[in-house]
Design a protein around this ligand. Structure first.
Ligand code: XUL
Length: 545
């Protein structure tokens, strides 16, 4: 039997999943999640992080907490999974993206000689050059973002080089801030890890590389060459190249599990595979392993992510391009006003979700040219700082029209703001709470003219990690396996969940696309008044003799 262990060190907890992957059986055999707040109260986290009481923009977590959680979860796999540990052939993982861990030079020796009798956390404590790791929720580096962008020739130049303009949570600006605010701490730092490469290092007992999926979230890696970009390193901090791990392919075998794990818990010397970020890992865990497939996650905020063969860049600077663990690329586009906006409309008209769905079904695609821009909160895509819903030709008292307006605006926005990917989308995997609503999925199918499938609920990042371990094991054994085959039987849609586009609806949605674009441009202050266009559209809709 061939078993693979996937781990996911997310913001709020650490999850372990064991899968059986082979020609005979393909199934999840064990899953266990640890919640940081509940299991490790000594670190004083809320939802896995700590906010600086003096500066709420500063958000961190302790790398020691992650080490302690790894120790505990590995013990649980050993004791409670009921599996024969000897069957585990590979281990990989995913981490929350962008977070960084700063280790002193002593870490190399400590990692190489981890003592199985002493808890991991005690051995690591002396080698942290910085007690706290800044995480992706930290937004305290606006000044650093500006100076990094200026040094490489502007936001677009940085996006072309690294896949994204500078973002506060990205690791490069965070490193710059540390190096200027605590030069002594930076001088003591011998190695800067991402959460992913740090956790892989703990498992292998040696400094692990980073891989292009997670390294693309740093504003430091040349997205085309998939190696460090010297101009970005120079713009960030002195002597950075020697402090960073090398960039290696996602299926790199870092080494066998360290003696710490084999002797303390009885694991075999299974292959430790490089870890990646949670979003690249979810790409695999939702089966997005070929061009034409994207996932839309309908949550508090809505996210669209998809597979790309080529590293194309969003010229508006709102989206990201990361490496994909398959050796290709992925996009990530985030819309802040997701469920939040749908709920606002539902509540304003005193509806239930069933009423909301009925309203969607009862209204015509195109909404008679009535448009809403649902920026109830500041929006990420497109960037909107001043919150406030805007509407054009929409009756504020017409509940069903408002329901259609909010959903069409969101989905047409997803289409418009993912066009830069230049990918013909034929299959959409829908995840997140609102993916249960098939009336919303029908709008997605109609707008994208693509089949939409519902995905089973689960930890797709953790599943992606286990599947990556399976793939890398096969590659390193010299019997490579196609990615479609890796995910088959695991990352598959719910049977019979397909929602097909309806031909007349597709045409109606395509016809209002330019109208929505014009309204958005006007609301952003870069376009003309769209009302004449709405009038012309309405006139064209009137029946002719
Ligand atoms: C992606 C991002 C988050 C983190 C935490 O850019 O910041 O999705 O990866 O999940």
């Amino acid at each position: 039997m061939a078993l693979y262990l996937g781990l996911d060190c997310s913001t709020q907890g650490l999850t372990a999943m064991v899968i059986e992957a082979g020609s005979r059986a393909r199934r999840v055999v064990f899953e266990r999640a640890l919640d940081f707040d509940r299991e490790f109260p000594q670190y004083g986290t809320a939802n896995g992080v700590r906010r600086d009481p003096d500066d709420p923009l500063v958000v961190t977590a302790s790398p020691l907490m992650w080490a302690e959680a790894l120790d505990r979860v590995m013990g649980l796999v050993a004791r409670e999974s009921g599996i024969d540990l000897a069957d585990i052939r590979g281990v990989s993982g995913s981490g929350q993206q962008h977070g960084s861990v700063y280790l002193e030079a002593t870490a190399s020796e400590v990692l190489a000689t981890l003592d199985p009798r002493v808890p991991l956390v005690e051995q690591l404590r002396p080698c942290c050059a910085r007690a706290n790791a800044p995480v992706w929720m930290d937004t305290s580096t606006s000044a650093e973002c500006e100076s990094v962008e200026a040094a490489v020739g502007g936001a677009l130049a940085l996006a072309r080089l690294t896949g994204s303009r500078a973002f506060e949570r990205f690791t490069g600006p965070q490193i710059r801030k540390f190096s200027t605010q605590d030069p002594q701490g930076y001088a003591r730092t011998d190695r800067i890890h991402l959460v992913s490469s740090y956790m892989a290092s703990l498992l292998a007992g040696a400094h692990a590389p980073v891989e292009p999926g997670d390294a693309a979230g740093m504003n430091l890696m040349d997205i085309v060459r998939r190696d460090w970009a010297q101009s970005a390193l120079d713009a960030t901090a002195p002597g950075l190249a020697r402090r960073l791990p090398p960039v290696r392919e996602s299926w790199t075998v870092v080494g066998p599990l360290a003696r710490y794990w084999t002797e303390r818990y009885g694991f075999p010397a299974a292959k430790v595979i490089a870890w990646t970020g949670d979003n690249p890992s979810s790409l695999v865990g939702t089966g997005l392993v070929r061009e034409g497939r994207v996932a839309i996650s309908l949550g508090t905020s809505d996210t669209l992510f998809g597979f790309m063969r080529e590293p194309r860049i969003d010229p508006s600077g709102a989206a990201h391009v990361f490496g994909s663990p398959t050796g290709d690329y992925m996009s990530l586009v985030c819309f802040r006003n997701g469920s939040l906006a749908r709920e606002r409309i539902r509540d304003r008209f005193g509806m239930t979700w069933d009423d909301f769905s009925s309203a969607l079904r009862a209204t015509a695609p195109g909404n008679g040219g009535a448009v809403m821009l649902p920026w109830f909160e500041p929006e990420i895509t497109p960037p909107v700082h001043a919150a406030g819903m805007r509407s054009y030709g929409l009756d504020p008292h017409d509940g069903p029209a408002n329901v259609r307006a909010v959903v069409e605006a969101q989905v047409l926005g997803m289409l418009r703001h993912s066009r830069w990917m230049d990918v013909r989308v034929d299959t959409i995997h829908a995840t997140g709470g609102a993916a249960a609503n098939r009336a919303i999925l029908q709008v997605i199918a109609d707008v994208f003219d693509a089949d939409v499938y519902q995905m089973p609920v689960g930890n797709s990042a953790c599943l992606g990690a286990a599947l990556r371990a399976y793939h890398a094991d096969r590659v390193s054994d010299g019997v490579p396996i196609a990615w479609d085959e890796v995910v088959a039987g695991f990352a598959e849609p719910i049977p019979n969940s397909r929602v097909r586009p309806i031909r007349e609806h597709v045409a109606a949605c395509a016809a209002v696309g330019p109208l929505h674009a014009a309204c958005e441009a006007h609301a952003l202050g870069v376009g003309r008044d769209p009302l004449p266009m709405i009038r012309a559209y309405r006139a064209s809709m009137e029946p002719h003799d």
